[in-house]
Write a protein that binds this ligand. Sequence first.
Ligand code: NAD
Length: 487
Amino acid sequence: MQRFQCYIDGEFADGEARFESIDPATGAAWAEMPEAREADVDRAVEAAHRALYAGPWAKLTATQRGKLLYRLADLVAENALKLAELETRDTGKIIRETSTQIAYVAEYYRYYAGIADKIEGSYLPIDKPDMEVWLRREPIGVVAMVVPWNSQLFLSAVKIGPALAAGCTMVVKASEDGPAPLLEFARLIHEAGFPAGVVNIITGFGPSCGAALSRHPKVDHIAFTGGPETARHVVRNSAENLASTSLELGGKSPFIVFADADLESAANAQVAGIFAATGQSCVAGSRLIVEKSVKDRFLDILKAKAEAIRIGSPLDMATEVGPLATRRQRDHIEVLVGHSLAAGARLVTGGSAAEGAGYYYRPTILDCDGSASPSLEEEFFGPVLSVLSFETEAQALALANNTRYGLAAGLFTRDLTRAHRLMKGIRAGIVWVNTYRAVSPIAPFGGFGLSGHGREGGMAAALDYTRTKTVWLRTSDDPIPDPFVMR
Ligand code: NAD
């Protein structure tokens, strides 16, 4: 079995305990992971704290930080395939996606490398004649980053990149499910030449490792991606250290299709939105809201596409849908599909586990018209699409906004004025019109409501990893007048 280690204070180390990682394509253990507990967490946070205030990192110029990030970007690009194979092996996410996604992760680091020396302070035109006042932008401090199993390299890059550009130090907690790629990525941090303690990478279980990290007194900010229930624990933990938080949580994103849309193109985007990554995507377009007049035709196209999907080994480039990351995840989906059928949803296709030892589940479509199916509200995080239909634009909008989540939405229509109206009315952090699941380091990403708060990507994300310091400098040589009067 392959063995992985934590990366703490510039050194690779075993955790306080170990656990086995399961290959979701076979259900068999394939690697041993280090389990960080409270003492490891403490060592990692102390190392990040030392690196923030003492040592070489604190003295680097922003341009020098940028150069280290450029080096990291090159190393990610050079090692993309190796990292992709590890992610595929450990999480079941298909190699076809991990290989391209990780190559693109390099672009996130490159983008933030360029931003490092473009984070500017500002000068204030203060209302006092003998004062110069300006704002410095300083790193927000030690950042705890907690990520879920899916796309760990991507979900950490959107945190590590801007945080490094801003000059922060950090402890990254990989998910206990599929941590291999992030632990391997630590070798690239080391090779790129980041000083010891700047980036620490550990893994362990939520209640021990994640909780110890998010309530640690020396953590200043927590950047969390995961489910809303875990986010509540994290926010409660932050009551201990009063750290600020950014939360990227789940979604129940609407995917609206009007009769005038290019149905073939919309169907491909819907497949990308719900069956790519085996549906384990926070932006999964899991609620199809389709105009009644084309519902049957659109479902026929979708059903044919869903049934033609190649299910197989995630390491095979031809595979389109691989296993779910964990048995727990597949069991959750089976139970939720059962409840939805019991509540009156009609099975269009799928609805069962696929044969084989791994955690496979067939691409599934549930027609939920006329039912109170729980699938319309609860996030599956799997390849299950719930379908509703509408007759008017107002109905479409009301159905789209009938959710406590607010992450993403898709809209397919050729009517430009309608697209503009709906784009404004849809309550979501991202609206894709005539496309779906497009991302870029340049474009902010995030939601509101049950989908959390804060944005990742773009310049603003780098500013979110800074705090301002207001500096007052008196330019008069005269003695300070009346000390009992506030000036
Ligand atoms: P999860 O919430 O179970 O776990 C996420 C991380 O939190 C893991 O590293 C886990 O160990 C840690 N954790 C668990 N308990 C903790 C605690 N008490 N204190 C601190 N940390 C703790 O999430 P998951 O099930 O692994 O991932 C799926 C969820 O992530 C879905 O809801 C999905 O939508 C969401 N997600 C959101 C985005 C986004 O960008 N919005 C992206 C991907 C996934």
